[in-house]
Design a protein around this ligand. Structure first.
Ligand code: URP
Ligand code: ZN
Ligand code: ZN
Length: 471
Protein backbone atom coordinates (compact mmCIF):
# COMPACT_ATOMS: atom_id res chain seq x y z
CA UNK A 1 0.00 0.00 0.00
CA UNK A 2 1.14 3.55 -0.69
CA UNK A 3 2.74 5.42 2.19
CA UNK A 4 2.70 9.16 2.78
CA UNK A 5 4.71 11.12 5.31
CA UNK A 6 3.47 14.50 6.47
CA UNK A 7 6.65 16.01 7.83
CA UNK A 8 7.77 19.14 9.65
CA UNK A 9 4.38 20.22 10.97
CA UNK A 10 2.85 20.77 14.40
CA UNK A 11 0.39 18.00 15.16
CA UNK A 12 -2.54 19.38 17.13
CA UNK A 13 -5.00 17.17 19.01
CA UNK A 14 -7.80 17.90 21.45
CA UNK A 15 -5.31 17.68 24.32
CA UNK A 16 -2.11 19.26 23.06
CA UNK A 17 0.32 20.03 20.28
CA UNK A 18 3.80 18.84 19.38
CA UNK A 19 6.24 18.79 16.49
CA UNK A 20 5.75 15.42 14.84
CA UNK A 21 5.57 13.62 11.53
CA UNK A 22 2.50 11.64 10.51
CA UNK A 23 2.95 8.40 8.60
CA UNK A 24 0.03 7.17 6.52
CA UNK A 25 -0.11 3.64 5.18
CA UNK A 26 -2.92 3.14 2.69
CA UNK A 27 -6.13 4.40 4.27
CA UNK A 28 -4.92 4.51 7.88
CA UNK A 29 -2.57 6.41 10.14
CA UNK A 30 0.40 4.11 10.72
CA UNK A 31 2.45 6.14 13.19
CA UNK A 32 3.08 9.52 14.76
CA UNK A 33 6.85 9.94 14.75
CA UNK A 34 9.27 12.29 16.39
CA UNK A 35 10.40 14.81 13.75
CA UNK A 36 12.80 13.29 11.23
CA UNK A 37 12.62 9.79 12.70
CA UNK A 38 11.05 8.15 9.67
CA UNK A 39 14.45 7.97 7.98
CA UNK A 40 16.05 6.60 11.15
CA UNK A 41 13.57 3.71 11.04
CA UNK A 42 14.35 3.10 7.39
CA UNK A 43 10.95 4.32 6.19
CA UNK A 44 11.00 5.60 2.63
CA UNK A 45 7.55 7.00 1.98
CA UNK A 46 6.10 7.02 -1.52
CA UNK A 47 5.04 10.62 -1.02
CA UNK A 48 6.15 13.33 1.37
CA UNK A 49 4.03 16.38 2.20
CA UNK A 50 6.00 19.25 3.68
CA UNK A 51 3.99 20.76 6.52
CA UNK A 52 6.71 23.06 7.85
CA UNK A 53 5.11 26.02 9.63
CA UNK A 54 1.68 24.41 9.44
CA UNK A 55 -0.73 22.64 11.75
CA UNK A 56 -1.58 19.02 11.10
CA UNK A 57 -5.01 18.18 12.51
CA UNK A 58 -7.65 15.48 12.07
CA UNK A 59 -10.04 16.02 9.18
CA UNK A 60 -13.15 17.88 10.27
CA UNK A 61 -16.32 16.04 11.24
CA UNK A 62 -19.52 17.95 10.48
CA UNK A 63 -22.22 16.06 12.35
CA UNK A 64 -25.21 18.04 11.08
CA UNK A 65 -25.75 18.61 7.35
CA UNK A 66 -28.74 18.37 5.03
CA UNK A 67 -27.95 17.53 1.41
CA UNK A 68 -30.98 17.43 -0.93
CA UNK A 69 -33.41 17.95 1.95
CA UNK A 70 -37.00 18.42 0.77
CA UNK A 71 -38.17 21.39 2.83
CA UNK A 72 -40.49 24.36 2.46
CA UNK A 73 -41.68 23.37 -1.01
CA UNK A 74 -38.21 22.94 -2.45
CA UNK A 75 -35.05 20.86 -1.96
CA UNK A 76 -31.81 22.09 -0.38
CA UNK A 77 -29.43 23.11 -3.12
CA UNK A 78 -26.41 20.93 -2.43
CA UNK A 79 -26.74 17.26 -3.22
CA UNK A 80 -24.38 14.60 -1.87
CA UNK A 81 -21.95 15.23 -4.73
CA UNK A 82 -21.67 19.03 -4.54
CA UNK A 83 -22.11 19.23 -0.78
CA UNK A 84 -19.51 16.63 0.13
CA UNK A 85 -17.08 18.19 -2.37
CA UNK A 86 -17.57 21.58 -0.71
CA UNK A 87 -16.99 19.86 2.63
CA UNK A 88 -13.64 18.56 1.35
CA UNK A 89 -12.70 22.06 0.22
CA UNK A 90 -13.30 23.12 3.78
CA UNK A 91 -11.14 20.46 5.41
CA UNK A 92 -14.12 18.31 6.40
CA UNK A 93 -13.62 14.61 5.78
CA UNK A 94 -16.77 13.20 7.39
CA UNK A 95 -20.33 14.46 7.18
CA UNK A 96 -23.38 13.15 9.00
CA UNK A 97 -26.66 13.72 7.17
CA UNK A 98 -30.19 12.55 7.92
CA UNK A 99 -32.66 9.99 6.67
CA UNK A 100 -36.07 11.44 7.21
CA UNK A 101 -39.25 9.70 8.33
CA UNK A 102 -42.37 11.86 8.33
CA UNK A 103 -46.00 10.89 9.02
CA UNK A 104 -47.05 7.74 7.20
CA UNK A 105 -43.55 6.73 6.11
CA UNK A 106 -41.65 3.61 7.10
CA UNK A 107 -38.38 4.30 8.92
CA UNK A 108 -36.43 1.47 7.29
CA UNK A 109 -37.61 2.50 3.83
CA UNK A 110 -36.59 6.12 4.37
CA UNK A 111 -33.12 4.98 5.43
CA UNK A 112 -32.82 2.68 2.42
CA UNK A 113 -33.88 5.51 0.11
CA UNK A 114 -31.28 7.83 1.63
CA UNK A 115 -28.61 5.19 1.11
CA UNK A 116 -29.57 5.02 -2.55
CA UNK A 117 -29.34 8.78 -2.91
CA UNK A 118 -25.88 8.97 -1.38
CA UNK A 119 -24.25 5.81 -2.71
CA UNK A 120 -21.46 6.56 -5.15
CA UNK A 121 -22.02 10.32 -4.86
CA UNK A 122 -19.87 11.39 -1.93
CA UNK A 123 -16.34 12.79 -2.01
CA UNK A 124 -15.73 12.23 1.70
CA UNK A 125 -17.03 9.65 4.17
CA UNK A 126 -20.58 9.99 5.39
CA UNK A 127 -23.01 8.61 7.94
CA UNK A 128 -26.67 9.08 8.77
CA UNK A 129 -28.83 10.08 11.69
CA UNK A 130 -32.49 9.09 11.43
CA UNK A 131 -35.26 11.67 11.76
CA UNK A 132 -38.31 10.22 13.52
CA UNK A 133 -41.48 12.13 12.63
CA UNK A 134 -44.10 9.47 13.21
CA UNK A 135 -43.85 7.49 16.44
CA UNK A 136 -45.71 4.18 16.36
CA UNK A 137 -44.93 0.53 17.15
CA UNK A 138 -43.28 -0.03 13.77
CA UNK A 139 -41.07 3.02 13.93
CA UNK A 140 -40.05 2.22 17.51
CA UNK A 141 -39.05 -1.30 16.47
CA UNK A 142 -37.17 0.18 13.53
CA UNK A 143 -35.21 2.48 15.83
CA UNK A 144 -33.84 -0.52 17.70
CA UNK A 145 -33.09 -2.27 14.43
CA UNK A 146 -31.14 0.72 13.13
CA UNK A 147 -29.00 0.89 16.25
CA UNK A 148 -28.30 -2.85 16.33
CA UNK A 149 -27.81 -3.49 12.63
CA UNK A 150 -27.46 -0.38 10.49
CA UNK A 151 -24.87 1.76 12.24
CA UNK A 152 -27.45 4.51 12.73
CA UNK A 153 -27.29 5.28 16.43
CA UNK A 154 -28.85 8.73 16.79
CA UNK A 155 -32.38 10.01 16.19
CA UNK A 156 -33.46 13.56 15.57
CA UNK A 157 -36.89 14.76 16.64
CA UNK A 158 -38.55 18.13 16.26
CA UNK A 159 -40.50 20.20 18.76
CA UNK A 160 -40.86 22.70 15.89
CA UNK A 161 -42.43 22.63 12.41
CA UNK A 162 -45.99 21.40 13.22
CA UNK A 163 -47.40 19.46 10.30
CA UNK A 164 -43.96 18.69 8.89
CA UNK A 165 -41.50 17.06 11.29
CA UNK A 166 -43.17 17.95 14.61
CA UNK A 167 -43.71 15.42 17.42
CA UNK A 168 -45.67 16.05 20.60
CA UNK A 169 -44.30 15.39 24.07
CA UNK A 170 -45.85 11.93 24.35
CA UNK A 171 -44.33 10.84 21.06
CA UNK A 172 -40.97 12.25 22.06
CA UNK A 173 -41.10 10.46 25.40
CA UNK A 174 -41.87 7.13 23.75
CA UNK A 175 -38.98 7.51 21.32
CA UNK A 176 -36.66 8.55 24.15
CA UNK A 177 -37.65 5.51 26.19
CA UNK A 178 -36.79 3.34 23.21
CA UNK A 179 -33.41 5.05 22.81
CA UNK A 180 -32.76 4.66 26.50
CA UNK A 181 -32.98 0.88 26.05
CA UNK A 182 -30.92 0.61 22.87
CA UNK A 183 -28.23 3.09 23.95
CA UNK A 184 -29.01 5.54 21.16
CA UNK A 185 -28.56 9.30 21.35
CA UNK A 186 -31.59 11.58 20.96
CA UNK A 187 -31.07 14.81 19.03
CA UNK A 188 -33.62 17.56 19.53
CA UNK A 189 -34.67 20.56 17.50
CA UNK A 190 -35.78 22.48 20.56
CA UNK A 191 -38.25 25.24 19.68
CA UNK A 192 -41.89 25.41 20.76
CA UNK A 193 -43.41 25.12 17.29
CA UNK A 194 -47.03 25.34 18.43
CA UNK A 195 -46.48 28.72 20.11
CA UNK A 196 -44.30 29.91 17.22
CA UNK A 197 -47.11 29.22 14.76
CA UNK A 198 -49.42 31.52 16.77
CA UNK A 199 -46.85 34.32 16.69
CA UNK A 200 -46.27 33.79 12.97
CA UNK A 201 -49.99 34.04 12.18
CA UNK A 202 -50.29 37.21 14.29
CA UNK A 203 -47.24 38.75 12.64
CA UNK A 204 -48.51 38.09 9.13
CA UNK A 205 -51.98 39.41 10.05
CA UNK A 206 -50.33 42.64 11.25
CA UNK A 207 -48.54 43.03 7.92
CA UNK A 208 -45.13 42.19 9.38
CA UNK A 209 -43.96 39.97 6.55
CA UNK A 210 -40.24 40.78 6.09
CA UNK A 211 -37.55 38.15 6.74
CA UNK A 212 -36.57 39.67 10.11
CA UNK A 213 -39.95 38.66 11.53
CA UNK A 214 -38.79 35.08 11.22
CA UNK A 215 -36.60 35.75 14.26
CA UNK A 216 -39.09 37.96 16.13
CA UNK A 217 -41.65 35.14 15.98
CA UNK A 218 -39.13 32.62 17.34
CA UNK A 219 -38.06 34.37 20.57
CA UNK A 220 -35.38 32.87 22.77
CA UNK A 221 -38.00 32.00 25.40
CA UNK A 222 -39.48 29.47 23.00
CA UNK A 223 -36.07 27.94 22.38
CA UNK A 224 -35.22 27.74 26.08
CA UNK A 225 -38.67 26.47 27.05
CA UNK A 226 -38.37 23.64 24.54
CA UNK A 227 -34.82 22.91 25.63
CA UNK A 228 -36.00 22.72 29.24
CA UNK A 229 -38.86 20.41 28.28
CA UNK A 230 -36.62 18.15 26.22
CA UNK A 231 -34.24 17.86 29.16
CA UNK A 232 -37.06 16.96 31.54
CA UNK A 233 -38.42 14.37 29.13
CA UNK A 234 -34.96 12.84 28.72
CA UNK A 235 -34.71 12.55 32.49
CA UNK A 236 -38.09 10.84 32.72
CA UNK A 237 -36.90 8.50 29.97
CA UNK A 238 -34.07 7.25 32.16
CA UNK A 239 -31.47 9.97 31.56
CA UNK A 240 -31.24 9.04 27.89
CA UNK A 241 -28.37 10.95 26.26
CA UNK A 242 -29.82 14.10 24.73
CA UNK A 243 -28.11 16.36 22.21
CA UNK A 244 -29.68 19.75 21.53
CA UNK A 245 -28.96 20.83 17.94
CA UNK A 246 -28.24 24.30 16.53
CA UNK A 247 -28.38 26.23 19.80
CA UNK A 248 -28.66 29.98 19.29
CA UNK A 249 -29.76 31.56 22.55
CA UNK A 250 -28.27 32.36 25.96
CA UNK A 251 -31.33 31.23 27.90
CA UNK A 252 -31.32 27.86 26.17
CA UNK A 253 -27.64 27.46 26.96
CA UNK A 254 -28.41 28.13 30.61
CA UNK A 255 -30.85 25.21 30.57
CA UNK A 256 -28.15 22.91 29.20
CA UNK A 257 -25.59 24.14 31.67
CA UNK A 258 -27.98 23.60 34.59
CA UNK A 259 -28.78 20.07 33.41
CA UNK A 260 -25.09 19.27 33.10
CA UNK A 261 -24.46 20.48 36.65
CA UNK A 262 -27.22 18.12 37.78
CA UNK A 263 -25.33 15.25 36.19
CA UNK A 264 -27.73 14.68 33.32
CA UNK A 265 -26.53 13.29 29.99
CA UNK A 266 -27.22 16.49 28.09
CA UNK A 267 -25.03 17.77 25.25
CA UNK A 268 -25.43 20.61 22.78
CA UNK A 269 -24.00 22.01 19.59
CA UNK A 270 -23.95 25.46 18.09
CA UNK A 271 -23.13 26.58 14.55
CA UNK A 272 -20.96 29.34 13.07
CA UNK A 273 -24.00 31.41 12.09
CA UNK A 274 -24.97 31.85 15.74
CA UNK A 275 -21.46 32.96 16.63
CA UNK A 276 -20.97 35.49 13.83
CA UNK A 277 -24.26 36.60 12.27
CA UNK A 278 -27.09 38.69 13.73
CA UNK A 279 -30.55 40.07 13.13
CA UNK A 280 -29.24 43.61 12.72
CA UNK A 281 -26.37 42.92 10.31
CA UNK A 282 -27.94 40.11 8.29
CA UNK A 283 -31.56 39.05 8.76
CA UNK A 284 -32.86 42.64 8.90
CA UNK A 285 -31.09 43.81 5.75
CA UNK A 286 -33.36 45.95 3.57
CA UNK A 287 -35.92 44.42 1.25
CA UNK A 288 -35.83 40.68 0.83
CA UNK A 289 -32.04 40.38 1.26
CA UNK A 290 -32.43 39.02 4.81
CA UNK A 291 -34.02 35.85 3.41
CA UNK A 292 -30.49 34.52 2.89
CA UNK A 293 -30.20 34.17 6.66
CA UNK A 294 -33.57 32.65 7.49
CA UNK A 295 -32.82 29.51 9.43
CA UNK A 296 -34.19 27.82 12.55
CA UNK A 297 -33.30 28.32 15.27
CA UNK A 298 -33.04 31.95 14.08
CA UNK A 299 -30.23 34.46 14.21
CA UNK A 300 -30.36 36.57 17.37
CA UNK A 301 -29.72 40.23 18.19
CA UNK A 302 -26.14 41.42 18.45
CA UNK A 303 -27.27 43.80 21.19
CA UNK A 304 -28.09 40.93 23.51
CA UNK A 305 -25.45 38.53 24.80
CA UNK A 306 -26.01 35.40 22.77
CA UNK A 307 -22.83 35.54 20.71
CA UNK A 308 -20.62 36.13 23.73
CA UNK A 309 -22.38 33.44 25.75
CA UNK A 310 -22.14 30.84 22.98
CA UNK A 311 -18.37 31.37 22.68
CA UNK A 312 -18.15 31.00 26.46
CA UNK A 313 -20.26 27.85 26.23
CA UNK A 314 -17.80 26.42 23.73
CA UNK A 315 -14.86 27.18 26.01
CA UNK A 316 -16.60 25.61 29.01
CA UNK A 317 -17.79 22.50 27.14
CA UNK A 318 -21.42 23.41 27.78
CA UNK A 319 -21.45 23.36 24.00
CA UNK A 320 -19.48 20.31 22.96
CA UNK A 321 -19.65 20.52 19.19
CA UNK A 322 -19.70 23.00 16.34
CA UNK A 323 -21.59 21.74 13.32
CA UNK A 324 -23.02 23.75 10.43
CA UNK A 325 -26.62 22.58 9.96
CA UNK A 326 -25.66 23.05 6.31
CA UNK A 327 -28.98 23.42 4.49
CA UNK A 328 -28.44 25.81 1.58
CA UNK A 329 -31.14 27.39 -0.54
CA UNK A 330 -30.52 29.74 -3.48
CA UNK A 331 -32.21 33.12 -3.46
CA UNK A 332 -33.53 32.51 -6.96
CA UNK A 333 -36.54 30.19 -7.06
CA UNK A 334 -35.95 28.96 -3.50
CA UNK A 335 -35.72 31.69 -0.86
CA UNK A 336 -37.92 33.71 -3.25
CA UNK A 337 -40.80 31.39 -2.39
CA UNK A 338 -41.22 33.57 0.69
CA UNK A 339 -41.40 36.97 -1.01
CA UNK A 340 -44.07 38.86 0.91
CA UNK A 341 -44.42 36.10 3.54
CA UNK A 342 -41.39 35.22 5.65
CA UNK A 343 -43.03 31.99 6.83
CA UNK A 344 -42.70 30.58 3.32
CA UNK A 345 -38.95 31.18 3.07
CA UNK A 346 -37.25 27.77 3.16
CA UNK A 347 -35.33 27.53 6.42
CA UNK A 348 -31.60 27.00 6.23
CA UNK A 349 -28.24 28.35 5.15
CA UNK A 350 -25.05 26.87 3.77
CA UNK A 351 -21.74 26.62 5.58
CA UNK A 352 -20.25 23.14 5.35
CA UNK A 353 -17.22 24.59 3.56
CA UNK A 354 -16.45 27.26 6.13
CA UNK A 355 -16.74 25.75 9.60
CA UNK A 356 -13.03 25.00 10.07
CA UNK A 357 -12.15 28.49 8.80
CA UNK A 358 -14.72 30.35 10.91
CA UNK A 359 -14.00 28.50 14.13
CA UNK A 360 -10.23 28.84 13.64
CA UNK A 361 -10.94 32.57 13.59
CA UNK A 362 -12.30 32.05 17.09
CA UNK A 363 -8.82 30.86 18.04
CA UNK A 364 -7.31 34.00 16.51
CA UNK A 365 -9.84 36.16 18.36
CA UNK A 366 -8.93 34.51 21.67
CA UNK A 367 -12.31 32.83 22.09
CA UNK A 368 -10.83 29.34 22.28
CA UNK A 369 -7.56 27.47 22.05
CA UNK A 370 -6.15 25.66 19.06
CA UNK A 371 -6.81 22.38 20.86
CA UNK A 372 -10.41 23.33 21.50
CA UNK A 373 -10.81 24.06 17.78
CA UNK A 374 -9.77 20.50 17.05
CA UNK A 375 -11.91 19.15 19.87
CA UNK A 376 -15.17 20.90 18.93
CA UNK A 377 -14.82 20.47 15.17
CA UNK A 378 -13.18 17.04 14.86
CA UNK A 379 -12.71 14.90 17.95
CA UNK A 380 -15.88 15.44 19.96
CA UNK A 381 -18.31 15.14 17.03
CA UNK A 382 -16.63 11.84 16.19
CA UNK A 383 -16.89 10.54 19.76
CA UNK A 384 -20.37 11.96 20.27
CA UNK A 385 -21.69 10.01 17.31
CA UNK A 386 -19.62 6.84 17.56
CA UNK A 387 -17.34 7.49 14.59
CA UNK A 388 -14.57 5.50 16.18
CA UNK A 389 -11.91 5.89 13.46
CA UNK A 390 -12.52 9.58 12.89
CA UNK A 391 -11.57 12.81 14.60
CA UNK A 392 -8.12 11.77 15.85
CA UNK A 393 -4.63 11.32 14.46
CA UNK A 394 -3.43 8.10 16.02
CA UNK A 395 -2.26 4.73 14.75
CA UNK A 396 -5.19 2.76 13.37
CA UNK A 397 -7.40 5.78 12.80
CA UNK A 398 -8.57 6.60 9.30
CA UNK A 399 -6.05 8.78 7.49
CA UNK A 400 -8.33 11.83 7.40
CA UNK A 401 -6.03 14.80 7.76
CA UNK A 402 -6.19 18.55 7.38
CA UNK A 403 -2.95 20.47 6.94
CA UNK A 404 -3.73 24.01 8.00
CA UNK A 405 -1.69 27.06 7.06
CA UNK A 406 -1.93 29.63 9.87
CA UNK A 407 0.08 32.19 7.93
CA UNK A 408 -2.32 32.62 5.01
CA UNK A 409 -5.76 34.14 4.90
CA UNK A 410 -9.07 33.02 3.44
CA UNK A 411 -11.53 35.37 1.81
CA UNK A 412 -15.02 33.92 1.76
CA UNK A 413 -17.53 34.99 -0.87
CA UNK A 414 -19.26 34.04 -4.06
CA UNK A 415 -16.32 35.32 -6.16
CA UNK A 416 -13.72 34.21 -3.65
CA UNK A 417 -13.68 30.88 -1.83
CA UNK A 418 -17.08 29.29 -2.48
CA UNK A 419 -17.77 25.77 -3.71
CA UNK A 420 -21.32 25.19 -2.48
CA UNK A 421 -24.25 25.04 -4.91
CA UNK A 422 -25.78 28.29 -3.74
CA UNK A 423 -26.09 31.59 -5.59
CA UNK A 424 -24.81 33.60 -2.62
CA UNK A 425 -22.59 33.15 0.40
CA UNK A 426 -23.91 33.42 3.94
CA UNK A 427 -20.47 34.78 4.91
CA UNK A 428 -19.89 37.11 1.95
CA UNK A 429 -16.86 39.34 2.49
CA UNK A 430 -15.56 37.56 5.59
CA UNK A 431 -11.77 37.52 5.58
CA UNK A 432 -10.37 35.11 8.12
CA UNK A 433 -6.90 34.06 9.19
CA UNK A 434 -5.62 30.66 8.19
CA UNK A 435 -6.25 28.54 5.17
CA UNK A 436 -6.97 24.98 4.17
CA UNK A 437 -3.65 23.79 2.74
CA UNK A 438 -4.00 20.06 2.13
CA UNK A 439 -6.88 17.70 2.81
CA UNK A 440 -6.53 13.93 2.94
CA UNK A 441 -9.53 11.63 3.02
CA UNK A 442 -8.75 8.01 3.98
CA UNK A 443 -5.25 8.34 2.59
CA UNK A 444 -6.19 10.12 -0.62
CA UNK A 445 -5.17 13.74 -1.14
CA UNK A 446 -8.37 15.53 -2.11
CA UNK A 447 -7.28 19.18 -1.88
CA UNK A 448 -3.77 20.56 -2.38
CA UNK A 449 -2.39 23.85 -3.70
CA UNK A 450 -5.91 25.22 -4.19
CA UNK A 451 -6.58 22.34 -6.54
CA UNK A 452 -9.29 19.74 -6.21
CA UNK A 453 -7.96 16.19 -6.51
CA UNK A 454 -10.84 14.23 -4.99
CA UNK A 455 -13.52 12.25 -6.75
CA UNK A 456 -17.18 11.47 -6.46
CA UNK A 457 -17.58 7.97 -5.07
CA UNK A 458 -14.44 8.03 -2.93
CA UNK A 459 -16.55 8.72 0.17
CA UNK A 460 -17.91 5.62 1.87
CA UNK A 461 -20.81 5.11 4.27
CA UNK A 462 -19.57 4.68 7.84
CA UNK A 463 -21.51 2.58 10.32
CA UNK A 464 -21.44 4.27 13.70
CA UNK A 465 -21.18 2.92 17.22
CA UNK A 466 -22.85 4.38 20.30
CA UNK A 467 -22.10 7.74 21.90
CA UNK A 468 -18.64 7.36 23.46
CA UNK A 469 -19.27 9.69 26.40
CA UNK A 470 -21.86 7.33 27.87
CA UNK A 471 -21.10 3.91 26.40
O1 URP B 1 -33.15 26.16 9.27
C1 URP B 1 -32.78 25.00 9.37
N1 URP B 1 -32.15 24.66 10.45
N2 URP B 1 -33.03 24.11 8.40
C2 URP B 1 -32.69 22.75 8.39
C3 URP B 1 -33.65 21.89 9.14
C4 URP B 1 -33.34 21.87 10.61
O2 URP B 1 -34.21 22.26 11.39
O3 URP B 1 -32.28 21.47 11.01
ZN1 ZN C 1 -33.43 21.52 13.24
ZN1 ZN D 1 -30.62 20.70 10.69
Amino acid sequence: MATTLISGGTVVSAIGRREADVLIDGESIAAILAPGHAAAYGIEPDTTIDATGKYVVPGGVDAHVHMSLPFGGTVSADDFDTGSRAAAWGGVTTIVDFASQTVGLDVRETLAARHEEAAGECHVDYAFHQIIGDVNETSLEAMTHLVENEGVTSFKMFMAYPGVFYSDDGQILRAMQNASESGALMMMHAENGIAIDVLVAQSLAAGDTDPKFHSYTRPEELESEATHRAIKLSRVAGNVPLYIVHMSASEALEEVSRAQHMGLNVFAETCPQYLYLSIEDHLAQPGFEGAKWVCSTPLRSKHEHHHRDLWKGLRMNELAVVSTDHCPFCMKDQKELGLGDFSKIPNGMGGVEHRMELIYQGVVMGEMTLERWVETCCTTPARMFGLDKKGVLEPGADADVLVWDPNSKTRIGIDDKHHMAMDHSSYEGFEVDGKVDTVISRGRVVVQNDTYLGAKGHGKFVKRGLNRYIH
